[in-house]
Design a protein around this ligand. Structure first.
Ligand code: BGC
Length: 361
């Protein structure tokens, strides 16, 4: 499989058509040859978020079209259940594991077993830490996700021209997800100078990752924290002007909290994943932006990697420096995230076929 196919899957078709295109390319390129009988185990974190359902579906379709037998498991954000699911896959003698980890540090034991059986391990979207037994990493430029969110806030508040001060509150994802620190660091690098300079004020004083993290990326947890922030720090009539939120489900939880406490005009609120509900919020002026990451492209990249490895070839990677998992630097292929707001959602997420226009009606 090659860049062409990746391009095809990204640019011109919807998720539903992945199977068709993958199939056409497999016969064109003979991609199915030699894969017969190979087994892949896919471990995704949760079905509570739209993106992971798409990831699982896209991966399954693309691997099946390459002739692989696929086991796909979700573990409802419970790390121990994911370990058991992967143990079962190892017991089934899969040739490859593709894992989006729930807890980045819980997998060393089961991956040692996998290595003992010569199973290729791909960390999918989230890096797996503290183990030598992960072969490749397929993801997006996670720092850039944060940079896009931070930059959006700076531009939306026009900090180049407006002295402020503006009030901002910060939210991050789950501490068990390696991406969380990359997202936050990317955003904080952009925002911190304005906080230091006094143009942005964090009235809650909560600025460390530990203080702003959201267990399980859960929107309800973020909503509760926002409720507390509003009642403790904004009970003097002051308003929140911007919210750094790392993921659409968290953004919507925060927006619910703001609505509950009487906000009719929303502050600037960031997000990630271009979930249908959040794109609707963007159209309705409730959420300001999201970061779009084409999960079709990530699935195609992952299948590319696996096909190459099992063919005894070196898979294509574009980063061999950034992702040190505490044991080794894991060679990675990183895709580009895209900032989406009311001005470009049509072009980026609808015209590309990622979301059907009817879903937004
Ligand atoms: C993913 C994000 C997602 C988040 C919550 C992260 O690891 O990279 O796309 O929003 O998990 O599911």
């Amino acid at each position: 499989m090659n860049v062409n196919r990746r391009h095809l899957m990204t640019g011109t078709i919807g998720a539903a058509a992945v199977a068709m295109v993958a199939s056409a390319c497999a016969s064109e390129e003979g991609g199915g040859d030699g894969s017969g009988g190979k087994k892949v185990g896919i471990a995704m974190p949760t079905k509570t978020s739209e993106r992971w359902i798409l990831d699982g579906d896209n991966l399954k379709a693309a691997f099946e079209e390459e002739g692989y037998e696929v086991t796909l498991q979700y573990s409802n954000d419970v790390a121990a259940d994911q370990v058991s699911a992967i143990e079962t896959m190892v017991g089934q003698n899969v040739d490859v594991l593709v894992i989006a980890a729930i807890d980045n540090k819980s997998l060393s034991g089961v991956l040692a077993q996998a290595k003992g059986q010569d199973i290729t391990v791909i960390a999918y979207d989230r890096l797996i830490l503290d183990t030598p037994d992960v072969d490749y990493y397929a993801s997006f430029d996670n720092t850039k996700v944060g940079t896009l969110q931070g930059t959006y806030i700076v531009e939306a508040l026009d900090l180049a021209n407006q002295a402020g001060p503006f009030n901002i509150e910060l939210f991050a994802g789950a501490l068990t997800d390696n991406n969380t620190q990359y997202f936050f660091n990317g955003a904080w690098e952009v925002l911190e100078p304005y906080v230091t300079g006094g143009q942005l004020v964090v009235k809650s004083g909560q600025t460390t990752l530990e203080q702003i993290a959201t267990e399980n990326w859960d929107g309800a947890v973020a909503q509760e924290r926002m409720d507390n922030i509003l009642s403790n720090f904004y009970n003097d009539g002051s308003q929140v002007d911007a919210i750094l939120a790392p993921y659409d489900g968290i953004s919507r939880g925060i927006i619910a909290s703001l609505q509950g406490s009487g906000y009719t005009e929303m502050p600037v609120v960031t997000g990630q994943d271009a979930e249908v509900e959040s794109v609707k919020y963007i159209i309705d002026g409730l959420q300001s932006m999201t970061v779009y990451k084409d999960t079709r492209e990530l699935a195609a990249t992952t299948v590319d990697m696996v096909v190459a490895v099992l063919d005894g070839k070196e898979p294509e990677v574009n980063n061999t420096e950034t992702y040190d998992n505490g044991n080794k630097v894991v060679p990675a292929y990183l895709l580009e995230p895209v900032s989406v707001d009311v001005n470009n959602y049509q072009e980026i997420v609808v015209d590309s076929g990622y979301i059907d226009a009817e879903e937004l009606a």
